[in-house]
Design a protein around this ligand. Structure first.
Ligand SMILES: [Fe+2]
Length: 182
């Protein structure tokens, strides 16, 4: 289950409907899906894309996305810190950032044009679409694990443009999960 935290308002939102409403008011789509296909840890991207092909086709039809790939990292992934350093500073893209989380978790910070910066922690089953031009940044959580399907309208548009605002430095990448069910 995703969770939103709004540090400036000392507030969190953990209800699925309330999360979708809060994000929807900012033009960000959020949905919870429950598809779970068995894909071994370390499986190649093609295997993950094949396992989730039905969901990917549904999303492509809906959103006009033409290509999909997989981001699959764990603490042992070579070059992980350099990869993360590209996205943990405030930036925007010329196309939507669409992620369907298959495993693990991650933390988006969103900086709306009006209103406070907030964080949304996403985990398996979460589908999020951050529209083009939205100022945001991304961190992994302490477990450094995420496997997500990325969808593109045009992969060439997905280069980060940095704002260099320094706003990101005022926020700790704090995650809530993983939570244990006794
Ligand atoms: Fe981004």
């Amino acid at each position: 289950m995703a969770i939103i935290s709004i540090p400036d308002e000392n507030r969190t939102i953990a209800d699925e409907r309330a999360i979708a409403d809060y994000l929807g008011a900012l033009g960000i789509d959020y949905e919870k899906w429950q598809p779970a296909h068995d894909v071994a840890p370390g499986a190649p991207a093609e295997e993950i894309l094949a396992a989730y092909s039905r969901e990917i086709e549904t999303l492509k039809r809906r959103g006009g996305y033409v290509t999909a790939d997989v981001i699959d990292v764990n603490p042992l992934t070579p070059g992980l810190e350099a990869m993360l350093a590209k996205f943990n500073r405030e930036h925007w893209h010329d196309e939507d950032e669409v992620r369907f989380i298959v495993e693990g978790r991650g933390l988006f910070h969103i900086h709306p044009p009006a209103g406070p910066v907030f964080a949304i922690e996403v985990e398996a089953g979460d589908l999020i679409r951050v529209p083009r031009g939205t100022h945001h940044w991304f961190d992994l959580c302490a477990d450094r694990r995420i496997r997500a399907i990325r969808l593109f309208q045009d992969a060439s548009g997905w280069t980060p443009h940095y704002t260099n605002s320094g706003v990101d430095r005022g926020f700790q990448p704090l995650c809530f999960g993983p939570q244990y069910v006794p």
